[in-house]
Ligand binder design. Structure first.
Ligand SMILES: Cc1cc2nc3c(=O)[nH]c(=O)nc-3n(C[C@H](O)[C@H](O)[C@H](O)COP(=O)(O)OP(=O)(O)OC[C@H]3O[C@@H](n4cnc5c(N)ncnc54)[C@H](O)[C@@H]3O)c2cc1C
Length: 548
């Protein structure tokens, strides 16, 4: 949808019950829940389109790509149902194989969505690993189920000096009813251990280990041997998709933007007003309380409650005057680890990429998703290079031939190849990203050519999004795709910063509703859902109703 579809010429009201800064998927989710509860709600988005980094954009005439996020895995089934997203056009089909890794010896290793089929495939490589896989998968799924309920509720603020703190402890305790001491120690080792060591301990086949690596440190800082990286194994087993499948991976028909278009349409039906090309300059605060916002064009709009879908650094370091915040809070926000570490390259091709080793009988859907990472050691080295500010010569690239899953994305004969690049620095040791953008694009194409040799000669158009482009275009501070790295010390009751995990902020009436809040990044809708419910609880208690 474009600006005109959001009626940007009409006068804004002088005041709303709620203003949501940012029309990313979480902002739209929060707005829809607030409107459903009867609050007059305005969404102000700085870009010409809504969606944040969950969008479909035209990258060449008639060719559309999910320019940023590209796979839907953890979109909350509750959000899909509550906001009736299917009625507003959302349709996902499971990726099958869920993941697929081609190797330079010509073998393509699929991880089929059906576990028995996956096991048969793994057995060909190593029978013992195939048995281990089932045991480990059962254990991981069981552990993930303990964490699942926390996804759609505020994390506990445990403070044993107060009655509220004690009752929070009891609330958490209940979630773990029935857990055994063995499971507690397993949970702790997943939260703190490394993925690499876990895989080395349990599996023999290097290829299988690489397959299990492929989606589990996605978007994060740190190679597979970094402590805390095993957490991804559990994170990806939280259920997603409309049928609540554990480990769901989906292609969205019409690209990822179909999710945010459905959210926007659902919200508008519930009464949400949306304005695009409407950047907010400042959150207006009087006597320690948010009273509305001032747009960059000088317009002021009042509100009883303000929710920010922008990341925590952008929200608190650029939109809130520092005099309105405690210094220790400002220091904690400044210290949030963001700093890249990913990029995206979107290609329009004159022919379908042909990945060596793909079965001639593979269906288009089976020829859609390829992760190019040859080994754990390769991944570890790649991160090491990037962490010192250099662009690795050899890159880890996740490739989705999205036009194979949805042929409406490109005219007949053309193909969309969207490529996620894991491990590039936000801060370059030498030069700038404006100087190095095409070098990154060239390295990505060179890597793909090792697996799909026909790609370089069939490129019709190329879009390279460096971490700096993600910051400039999509408003992601330091290019961080999750509004803050997903690491243990930045999760749960420590997200966005310790003491402020329940969507409230030191400014009364100001809430955080984006990926920088619990449970974090990814296209889940969870922070938006949880923040809206927190606002509604406070609203019902009468804490927010006094004057805009
Ligand atoms: C390259 C890339 C690949 C990814 N791949 C995947 C994937 O495959 N699967 C997955 O689940 N997740 C993926 N992610 C992560 C996921 O997309 C994000 O974590 C998630 O979409 C964040 O959603 P959000 O609504 O919280 O924030 P955002 O989408 O960042 O939305 C925030 C919105 O606020 C707006 N805004 C900021 N400041 C202002 C202001 N001052 N005034 C008005 N508006 C403002 C921004 O323009 C933006 O629209 C990817 C992200 C990127 C960038």
């Amino acid at each position: 949808m474009t600006t005109s579809q959001y009626n940007s010429q009409a006068e804004l009201q002088t005041s709303y019950d709620a203003i949501v800064i940012g029309g990313g998927h979480n902002g739209l989710t929060a707005a829809a829940y607030l409107a459903r509860a009867g609050l007059s709600t305005l969404v102000l988005e700085r870009r010409e389109i809504v969606g944040g980094c969950c969008v479909t954009e035209e990258i060449a005439p008639g060719c559309r790509a999910s320019t940023t996020s590209y796979i839907a895995s953890m979109l909350r089934p509750e959000v899909i149902r509550d906001l009736k997203l299917a009625e507003y056009g959302l349709r996902m089909i499971p990726c099958d194989p869920a993941i697929q890794v081609p190797f330079l010896d010509g073998q393509v290793l699929p991880w089929w969505a059906d576990r028995e089929r996956a096991q048969v495939e793994f057995r060909k490589l190593c029978p013992q690993d195939a048995d281990t896989f089932v045991r480990v998968d059962d254990r991981l799924k069981k552990l993930a189920r303990y964490l699942q309920p926390f996804f759609l509720e505020p994390p506990p603020e445990v403070d044993m000096r107060s009655l509220a703190g004690w009752s929070e402890t009891v609330r958490v305790g209940r979630r773990f009813r029935g857990i055994t001491s063995r499971e507690i120690s397993e949970l702790i080792s997943f939260l703190t251990g490394s993925l690499g060591e876990f895989l080395d301990l349990h599996y023999r086949s290097e290829k299988l280990k690489t397959l299990f690596l492929a989606n589990n440190v996605y978007g994060k800082h740190g190679g597979p041997y970094q402590p805390g990286s095993a957490l991804g194994l559990l994170f990806h087993l939280l259920s997603g998709g409309e049928h609540e499948l554990q480990g769901f991976y989906g292609h969205v028909m019409g690209g990822m933007g179909a999710i945010t278009q459905a959210l926007a349409a659902s919200g508008q039906r519930l009464g949400v007003e949306i304005r695009t090309a409407a950047p907010v300059a400042e959150i207006d605060i009087r006597q320690g309380r948010a009273r509305g916002v001032t747009l960059e064009d000088g317009r002021e709009v009042g509100a009883k409650v303000v929710l920010s879908n922008a990341d925590p650094k952008r929200t608190f370091l650029t939109m809130v005057p520092s005099t309105e915040l405690p210094q220790d809070f400002v220091d904690a926000v400044r210290a949030i680890k963001m700093d890249g570490p990913c990029a995206k390259v979107n290609l329009v091709l004159a022919e379908e990429p042909r990945f060596t080793g793909t079965s001639p009988n593979a269906t288009p859907l089976q020829r859609t998703f390829y992760t190019l990472v040859p080994s754990l050691e390769f991944a570890e080295r790649c991160y090491d290079i990037a962490k010192f500010g250099e662009i690795p010569e050899e890159l880890w690239v996740d490739c989705v031939v999205s036009s194979n899953a949805d042929d409406s994305l490109a005219p007949i004969g053309k193909h969309i190849l969207t490529c996620f690049v894991q491990y590039v620095p936000y801060r370059l040791r030498e030069g700038t990203w404006d100087e190095k953008r095409e070098l990154l694009g060239d390295r990505v194409v060179k890597k793909i050519a090792e697996y799909a040799p026909n790609v370089p000669r069939s490129i019709l158009s190329r879009q390279v999004l460096t971490p700096v482009d993600l910051e400039r275009t999509y408003g992601l501070t330091e290019g961080n795709i999750f509004h803050g790295d997903l690491r243990l010390e930045q999760l749960f009751f420590m997200r966005p910063v310790p003491g402020w995990s329940q969507y409230r902020t030191p400014v009364r009436g100001l809430y955080l509703c984006g990926a920088g809040a619990h449970p974090g990044g990814g296209v889940t809708g969870a922070p938006g859902h949880n923040a809206a419910h927190q606002v509604l609880r406070d609203w019902k208690k009468g804490k927010l109703r006094t004057s805009a």
